[in-house]
Write a protein that binds this ligand. Structure first.
Ligand SMILES: Cc1ncc(COP(=O)(O)O)c(C=O)c1O
Length: 442
């Protein structure tokens, strides 16, 4: 594997970019000793500047349901760029995409576009506070909602001995530079435990604007909600007059047309979307019923943005959704089937080689964890029982064989509609070799 050009670029990059990248998770923390510099993507494959080819299961952190350079996306971008990239004014495509989203998302009457998942999460929290007049946000250990101050608490794995009692989790801020307010106004609860949430709402509900959560925990591998848990959360929110904010940044337009809300039969008060929505362009959204969304009318709860509803991005989002919805949403079914097959086959390889690796998935999202546990159901178990460095080793061995899994140890991998049978076979074979190498290196 040649890495000369990536090495040269990295040496230049660290002089002008912190860590040599524009988002920490892409840098040397996750790709040792430096990341491959990518130069091209087509379908399910990417190429780096040294000409190495990889099967891509990271897919721009889940942003590419149709894979790279899908012909329909290339065509729409070519066509529309010729008539202007962005007007920052009202657009026909804005109405069309919003109508399409309203037609497939549960409990959504209105949509507001923004540029990133973080901005959408930040806006959702502001709406909840503005609408209820309450200050606090209740989030969950191990859930990540972007890098907004008010949600940057207890999102990362920690030594399990430092987590405190589950009835009163120690709140760990994820960054320097936060004011006390962002910590004080953010309550933290253990996830997948409805009784724990009920106890917290009994005590703090009068002061809580919203309960914010990922429907499937997607920033600690892939951890599924227990049967009935999310429904119970919704009921508790209603009972304690707290808004239920479901962050669908990962699950939206990925696991089903209506995301986790559809899969688990939910009617959240606020939802946020990002990642897959833009098909590689920075398009995100906040959505919900009119009585919630109308709180941003006339800036009463302020939400602005010069680049909101970027014209090219909206055309891509609309084209991508139309494509996925064809033939009774066949695109979603295909992605999920590939994710399921990867999960089963990787688990089988791990059993065959005799290595404690388990793959958990939710449709097209899947993630291998190195653990002696049968199943990981929560953050604390993840912190205590998942060996993160081993994941780093595994993905390094995969990359050397032309298979690109996310290097971010707590994230997840994804399937797209254009992964092929050959991609799966080659990836599984590479996984077998990677695990054998790791076993013999012990
Ligand atoms: C659940 C969730 N919410 C929000 C975000 C933030 O999205 P963005 O990176 O587009 O700001 C992420 C990003 O990984 C996420 O996983």
């Amino acid at each position: 594997m040649k890495i000369t050009k990536s090495k040269e670029l990295y040496e230049r990059a660290i002089k002008v970019l912190p860590e040599g990248v524009s988002s920490g998770s892409r840098g040397p923390l996750n790709y040792k000793p430096f990341p491959p510099y990518m130069s091209e993507g087509k379908g399910s494959h990417v190429w780096d500047v040294d000409g190495n080819e990889y099967i891509d299961w990271q897919l721009s952190f889940g942003n590419l349901p149709l894979g790279h350079a899908h012909p329909k996306i290339v065509e729409i971008v070519r066509e529309k760029i010729a008539s202007g990239s962005h007007f920052a004014s009202a657009l026909d495509v804005e109405v069309e995409l919003a109508e399409l989203m309203v037609s497939i998302l549960p409990n959504v009457d209105k949509v507001r576009f923004t540029n990133s998942g973080t901005e959408a999460c930040m806006t959702a929290v502001r709406i909840a506070r503005g609408l209820t007049g309450k200050r606090k946000v209740l989030k969950f250990e191990g859930h990540y909602h972007g890098w907004y101050d008010g949600l940057l608490v207890s999102s990362n794995p920690q030594p399990w001995t430092t987590l405190g009692h589950p009835n009163d989790p120690v709140r760990v801020v994820d960054s320097s530079g936060l004011t006390p307010g962002s910590w004080e106004d953010t309550l933290v609860c253990v996830w997948n435990d409805a009784d724990a949430l009920e106890r917290m709402l009994q005590t703090h509900g009068h002061d809580v604007a919203c309960v914010a959560m990922e429907g499937v925990m997607a920033n600690m591998g892939v951890i599924l909600p227990r049967p009935g848990y999310l429904k119970r959360v919704e009921e508790l929110c209603k009972h304690y007059k707290v808004l239920f904010y479901l962050d669908e940044t990962v699950t939206g337009f990925r696991i089903a047309p209506g995301g986790a809300a559809e899969v688990y039969g939910l009617k959240p008060d606020i939802m946020s979307y990002g990642k897959a929505l833009g098909q590689g362009f920075p398009v995100a959204a906040i959505a919900g019923p009119s009585h919630v969304m109308d709180s941003i009318k006339y800036g009463r709860v302020l939400h602005y943005g010069s680049n909101n509803a970027h014209r090219l991005g909206l055309y891509c989002a609309k084209t991508m959704l139309q494509e996925l919805l064809l033939d009774n949403a066949a695109g979603f079914k295909k992605m999920n089937a590939i994710g399921e097959e990867m999960t089963q086959r990787l688990n089988q390889v791990a059993r065959d080689v005799g290595v404690n690796m388990r793959v958990q998935n939710c449709g097209s999202m899947f993630h291998p964890v190195f653990t002696d546990q049968e199943v990981i159901t929560g953050y604390r178990q993840f912190c205590e029982h998942v060996n993160l460095p081993k994941y780093g080793e595994f993905t390094q061995h995969l990359r050397e064989q032309g298979v690109f899994f996310t290097g971010t140890k707590t994230l997840h991998n994804v399937a797209c509609t254009v992964h092929t049978h050959a991609d799966i076979e080659k990836s599984i074979e590479a996984a077998g070799v990677a695990l054998e190498r790791m076993k013999s290196a012990k």
